[in-house]
Design a protein around this ligand. Structure first.
Ligand SMILES: Nc1ncnc2c1ncn2[C@@H]1O[C@H](COP(=O)(O)OP(=O)(O)O)[C@@H](O)[C@H]1O
Ligand SMILES: [Mg+2]
Length: 320
């Protein structure tokens, strides 16, 4: 991995980010006056300035994988020289895969915010249902806007809905979307300042053509949180809430084995609601251990161990 400084001059970059968002908003219209139109690609430009890399708990291996992207999106002179010197082929895109609720979307938004990059969010199933007849055109427009607003990250959530193996896709227009996506990815230059991230909970449904070299050829597994990460997530979730002082967070981490980050967020929220109800909806009182246990019995893990093994098997085959 190339050695480079990850995130510098944070404050300055944040300010630049805000003014860039304003500029982008001002650039929303094709023309002034009565005929002004919102560019369709703008519907997919998401403000991620509220997200920060520091709020990502754990995931050190995933963070390390993502570091290269920062260099790719903002290549300074030294990085360009290093790329030339070493003949390094930078990835143009990646596939984040893993169980639902483990932070794929969250970490991508935090990354975009820290890189001060435009973040285009495309929802896979929506393309196939809402964009009927317009899908290929919209896809081209988003890639074009991303190149104009670089550095950019195009995030295609639930990409399996778009890129289900072409052999399995029946309609001509759906096949066209997959082909357009592949063409757009192939058309991106390594240093175009646009990076595409696909995210999926069902990687086995993906068209293998999408994972070929030069496309989303880097796989990043976003797995269930580790014991330490669950503890940190629990501490974070309860630190902003009034909670009894006798809470043993190691014990809570133990009883939430196989919970996703989203499950933990849901459990903390449920515990707060139970305490609220128990306190007759008054704005006073504390969340007790008993409230948390009650929330725990109602929440449960949404990911099975079998499913986790399935991801690992798929990765060994897909990225071998
Ligand atoms: N590493 C993390 N650090 C902090 N919060 C996280 C982390 N991963 C996930 N979360 C929390 O879990 C929620 C669900 O994550 P999300 O990105 O929607 O999952 P996915 O896209 O994998 O289904 C996020 O909104 C965030 O609150
Ligand atoms: Mg998601």
């Amino acid at each position: 991995m190339i050695g480079f400084k990850l995130f510098g001059n944070k404050k300055k970059e944040k300010l630049q980010s805000e003014s860039r968002m304003q500029l982008r908003r001002a650039d929303r219209f094709d023309s002034d006056g009565p005929n002004m139109q919102i560019k369709s690609s703008d519907n997919y430009l998401i403000d991620v300035s509220g997200y920060s890399w520091d709020s990502v708990v754990g995931m050190d291996d995933v963070k390390e994988e993502l570091q290269e992207i920062v260099a790719l999106l903002r290549p300074d002179k030294a990085t360009r020289q290093a790329i030339e010197h070493w003949g390094i082929e930078h990835p143009k895109g990646m596939l984040m895969y893993g169980p639902p609720g483990c932070g794929k979307t969250f970490i991508a938004k935090c990354l975009a915010s820290e890189c001060n990059a435009s973040f285009y969010l495309i929802n896979g199933p929506a393309i196939m249902t809402k964009w009927i007849g317009e899908s290929a055109k919209n896809m081209r427009e988003i890639f074009k806007a991303a190149r104009n607003n670089k550095p950019s990250i195009i995030f295609i959530d639930e990409i399996d809905a778009v890129s289900t193996s072409r052999d399995l896709v029946s309609s001509e227009s759906m096949r066209e979307v997959v082909t357009t996506l592949l063409t757009q990815l192939d058309g991106l230059d390594e240093l175009s300042g646009v990076f595409t991230i696909g995210a999926t909970n069902n990687p086995d449904l993906i068209d293998p053509a999408l994972l070929r070299p030069g496309r989303l050829d880097k796989g990043v597994f976003v797995s269930l949180p580790s014991d330490d990460m669950r503890k940190e997530l629990l501490v974070r979730e309860f630190s902003n809430r009034p909670v009894d002082s006798n809470i043993d967070f190691d014990e809570l981490a133990n009883i939430t084995m196989n919970y996703s980050a989203a499950d933990i967020v849901a459990m903390a929220d449920r515990a707060a609601k139970i305490a609220w109800r128990r306190n007759k909806y008054k704005p006073t009182g504390r969340i007790t251990l008993d409230d948390i246990y009650k929330a725990h019995t109602k929440t449960g893990s949404s990911v099975s161990s079998d499913k986790l093994v399935g991801y690992q098997r798929w990765a060994a085959y897909a990225f071998s």
